[in-house]
Design a protein around this ligand. Structure first.
Ligand code: ZN
Length: 475
């Protein structure tokens, strides 16, 4: 994921750039200039879906130039900058001027509204609507990216443009709309490249990104999760060695694959200790469970609502998934080497050393001839589950969904938020896109799946949230 080089940032006069080579988009008509600016988040999302930005290869340039044009017309200072010409990242800024009296100073926080515009692939033949149609039917917008995450791009950009067009300017600090490329395959051309090569453009104090906001229902109450942290992958391989022999005489050999068999079962059945983290305690307390006794709380959750528990339990402890095995390549030869590769995720409150200690304890006793080889490691990461951004989200929800709770959550996977937390240790980054109707289970089922679609009411709900919270933070 290391970047190969850099190109200088360019201020872009977007629509006067006919030099952009035409790409092999599946829907060529969609990449032609549109006659008018979208009038709503719905229309903007439809148009974003029509840009095929399946990654790889991504090919996000035309979508990014389209967004840049809208933001520039609304008064934002727009920069497109990327490691390769076809894949620019977008940063659009609207800063306080510092003119006038009172609170009108530039000294407030930089609030970032972050999203990525690339998507995973889609097999059109499996879908009820063309994944690049942006069709609107029965109040839902269909297409790849409708959930992950062109919907949030559309909501954030629409909120920012509506504010700017109304004449609003930050009374303090500044608003940045950041749309990156390449999130789905790691961010080497996107978040990581931008934060490493142009930290002045990327820098934010507060940030909203993907990863939370679909409400979960427990005991007939709705709880909105604000994703305050993400687990980190700590992948490892178990390598077994044995002795080759003719497969017709098994006892003359020592089968390396068989040495791994008990370890596969042990990993699949492992129940590692739950960690007492302030965010997890707050989440369990918020659900009406006893967060100071996480094992008891999770046990109760599992009994009352197994599906919700399967989604929530991984937030609180190390998990394993033994996924890839390789051993012999001849059917009549006993393999003398075998390898098991394991995906493992570590909560934010554990260091890598602490995590390795627990992993080795879970594997013990390691059979003779088996060794552990550590692989890709990204420490879990989190922002504090309190402060002005958390308060602003809580207040907004209190006004718009009376009676609903707000709870911090951890994402079992990871997003670009980790890159900002690493590059700017003081940056408070949350995953949040509040849904009015779609609950967590349905939302998770549509992500990276066929028939991805979003409720128009949910899109408008999130747009209003981004607009109102921006005003609350920046004045
Ligand atoms: Zn995403």
């Amino acid at each position: 994921m290391e970047s190969q080089g850099r190109c200088e940032p360019l201020r872009v006069a977007i629509r006067s750039n006919p030099a952009v080579p035409s790409r092999s988009l599946q829907r060529v008509s969609a990449s032609a200039p549109e006659p008018t600016a979208p009038s709503s988040a719905t229309e903007l999302l439809q148009r974003l879906i029509r840009f095929n930005t399946v990654n790889p290869p991504g090919d996000e340039r035309e979508a990014q130039e389209f967004l840049a044009g809208l933001l520039e017309d609304a008064g934002f200072e727009v920069t497109l900058v990327g490691n390769t010409p076809g894949r620019p990242n977008l940063v659009a800024e609207l800063a306080a001027t510092g003119d006038g009296d009172g609170p009108g100073t530039p000294g407030g926080p930089i609030l970032g509204l972050l999203s990525h515009v690339d998507t995973v692939l889609a097999a059109a033949e499996d879908w009820q609507h063309d994944p690049w149609s942006g069709d609107l039917e029965d109040g839902e917008i269909w297409g790849r990216g409708a959930i992950d995450m062109k919907s949030q791009t559309a909501a954030e950009v629409t909120a920012a443009i509506d504010l700017a067009r109304s004449g609003w300017r930050p009374a303090r600090g500044s608003l940045k709309v950041i749309v990156v490329v390449d999130e789905e395959v790691g961010g080497g051309e996107g978040a990581i490249w931008l934060c490493e090569n142009h930290p002045e453009l990327a820098r934010c104090d507060l940030m909203l990104n993907e990863g939370g906001g679909a409400p979960l229902r427990f005991r007939d109450a709705l709880h909105y999760g604000v994703c305050v942290g993400e687990k980190g992958p700590l992948r490892f391989a178990l390598k077994a060695s044995g002795r080759a022999a003719h497969a017709a005489t098994p006892r003359l050999g020592d089968n390396a694959l068989v040495r791994l068999a008990p370890l596969i079962t042990r990993l699949a059945e492992a129940e590692l200790p739950f960690d007492v983290d302030p965010a997890i305690v707050a989440m369990l307390d918020g659900l009406g469970l006893d967060g100071r006794d996480p094992a008891g709380a999770y046990g109760q959750l599992r009994e009352e609502n197994p599906a919700l528990s399967a989604a929530i339990e991984p937030m609180g402890r190390i998990t394993f998934s033994p996924n890839i095995v390789s051993a012999g390549d001849k059917i009549n030869v006993i393999p003398d080497r075998a390898e098991l590769r394991v995906d493992c995720r570590v909560p934010p409150n554990l260091t890598t050393d602490q995590a390795k200690e627990r992993i080795l304890a879970a594997l013990a006793p390691l059979p003779d001839g088996v060794e552990v080889e550590w692989g890709m490691t990204v420490p879990g990461n989190a922002s504090p589950a309190h402060g002005e951004l958390f308060d602003a989200l809580q207040e907004w929800l209190g006004e718009h969904v009376p009676g609903a709770g707000i709870v911090p959550t951890f994402l079992p996977g990871f997003t670009d938020s980790r890159t900002w937390r690493t590059a700017f240790p003081d940056c408070v980054a949350y995953g949040f896109f509040p849904h009015k109707n779609l609950e967590l289970r349905e939302q998770a089922g549509r992500m990276h799946a066929k028939d991805e679609r979003i409720d128009v009411e949910d899109l408008d709900f999130a747009t209003a949230c981004f607009r109102d919270v921006t005003r609350r933070i920046l004045g």
